[in-house]
Write a protein that binds this ligand. Structure first.
Ligand SMILES: Cc1cc2nc3c(=O)[nH]c(=O)nc-3n(C[C@H](O)[C@H](O)[C@H](O)COP(=O)(O)OP(=O)(O)OC[C@H]3O[C@@H](n4cnc5c(N)ncnc54)[C@H](O)[C@@H]3O)c2cc1C
Length: 448
């Protein structure tokens, strides 16, 4: 029996184009024998059963916005896309919960929640394209993860298809569950290597009444990171604490809505939120804390300006790409007392490899996007940027951190996990994979 007998010809596509790569930006294209776009969980289960019976690799694909090459089918076989599994199965605004299929985009969940005065807090950057299934598979974060936590924190239940093609329900529309081992957390962040997420129960919260960003500009990284430390020590809980270093500002600062003042060479971006009085009090405290030693502090209150500020922050990542045409932007995370080491050593790594380097990111979570630029026309430069990334991974581990805080291991960071987990930890990791996927057919080559 062929795959077309299992899912029907209209669910089967020629393997080409976007289904063979993702936004990792390293020009890696995989290969596949078929692309399947199932419309029901039963079809997903049937596809997995077929793959398991025929020893065919099966790679899950969400919105393809992953930055670690996780959705690239590197060992051929079948790519399974979730875009047709895009129903909101239930939305109970009064109970702050939503039951969605895996292919619903992050932005659609956020929009539906917002229309009812609620919020789905995870805010990874490519929300219009990324899917809830992909967010769960990567345990995606974003700027507001500092206060609200990463995607997994907002998942109370999962519907998953596991080898050899069984549908399991873990948790549900319940807010607490300590019955078994924490299978939900094993699936969250498993990058399509343990099972295929077909639906999720999401937890929502009432949307904050006000969001008040407070931005500090400093003469250098030392002054800026000291400001971050003061914010953390102050007892105020901002929704986000981001930083952008001098090189990043030199590329993106022209479009900054409030103008970079002379001498402003390191930006700390925070936001207070909550009920109006609470947000205003927290914003005032942030202003006072950030003002010490600052070149300037900007605190927009007009919602249009606030939106413009975050739009600029989102677009700043693209301004980097415009510099030389190529950029490898990593996502290491380190303990908060090592932030200044990352800011300084990122630049030193770039110097050693003869390429421009910069850092920015979710400073409050110690999750920094150290970035190395190159021209795609210069293979030598691209190789040096790649070598710089490997040195960065070593730095992350030396500082007691992790090689990935939000993008995942995927294909890009293959080989790094054993360094990070050690022999015994890595063996446990492999045995968990074996328990879920004894034939090793789910997203082979990834998360290793
Ligand atoms: C401009 C930009 C900004 C970004 N900003 C952030 C950010 O702030 N924070 C952040 O964390 N990430 C960020 N990302 C990375 C990316 O958007 C996230 O990792 C996102 O969660 C990936 O979702 P996706 O649907 O695109 O997944 P894909 O890229 O399609 O897949 C990612 C991984 O998930 C697996 N997968 C996908 N769907 C399923 C499923 N249904 N079941 C099982 N496995 C599945 C794939 O096999 C793959 O391993 C950004 C990316 C871009 C391009």
């Amino acid at each position: 029996m062929g795959l077309a007998d299992v899912v029907g010809a209209d669910s089967l596509l020629e393997p080409q184009g976007r289904f063979l790569t993702d936004l990792m930006g390293r020009g890696v294209t995989g290969h596949a024998d078929a692309v399947v776009l199932p419309s029901s969980v039963d079809e997903v289960a049937a596809v997995m059963r077929w793959c398991y019976e025929n020893d065919v690799p099966l790679t899950a694909r969400g919105g393809g916005t992953g930055l670690a090459g996780g959705a690239i089918p590197v060992e051929g076989g079948v790519v399974i896309g979730f875009e047709r599994l895009n129903a909101i199965r239930a939305f109970d605004p009064l109970l702050w919960r939503m039951h969605v299929e895996a292919g619903v985009t992050t932005a659609d969940v956020q929009r539906r929640a917002r229309e009812s005065g609620l919020r789905f807090p995870p805010d990874p950057g490519a929300a219009e394209l990324s899917q809830i299934g992909g967010n769960i598979a990567c345990n995606a974060g974003g700027p507001h993860a500092f206060k609200y936590g990463v995607t997994g924190h907002w998942v109370t239940g999962l519907e998953v298809v596991v080898p050899p093609g069984e549908i399991v329900h873990i948790g549900g529309s319940i807010r607490k569950d300590v019955a078994g081992y924490d299978l939900k957390s094993l699936i969250v962040g498993s990058e399509g290597t343990l099972g295929l997420v077909t639906a999720a129960w999401l937890r929502l919260i009432p949307a904050p009444e006000l969001e008040l960003p407070v931005v500090g500009l400093y003469r250098d990284a030392e002054a800026g990171i000291s400001a971050i430390e003061r914010v953390l020590a102050s007892g105020v809980v901002p929704a986000a604490i981001e930083y952008l270093d001098a090189v990043m500002l030199s590329y993106s600062g022209d479009a900054y809505p409030f103008g970079i003042p002379d001498g402003g060479a390191f930006m700390v971006m925070t936001e207070a939120d909550g009920a109006a009085s609470e947000a205003q009090r927290a914003a005032a405290e942030l202003q006072a804390t950030l003002a010490e030693d600052a070149v300037a502090v900007h605190a927009p209150t007009d919602p249009a300006q606030v939106a413009e500020l975050w739009r600029w922050r989102g677009g700043a990542a693209f301004a980097i790409l415009a510099q030389r045409g190529g950029a490898f932007s990593e996502d290491i995370a380190v303990p908060l007392d090592r932030l200044r080491d990352v800011a300084r050593e990122t630049l030193e790594i770039g110097e050693r490899h003869g390429i421009p380097a910069l850092s920015f990111g979710h400073a409050g979570d110690g999750n920094i996007h150290s970035t190395f630029l190159f021209s795609p026309d210069d293979p030598g430069e691209e190789q040096r940027a790649d070598a710089a990334c490997h040195e960065l991974f070593e730095l992350a581990l030396r500082l007691g951190g992790t090689v990935t805080g939000e993008h995942g291991i995927g294909w890009l960071k293959r080989g790094q996990l054993e360094h990070q987990l050690g022999a015994t930890g890595y063996d446990l990791h492999l045995r968990i994979k074996q328990a879920f996927d004894p034939k090793g057919l789910l997203n082979p080559g990834k998360k290793r």
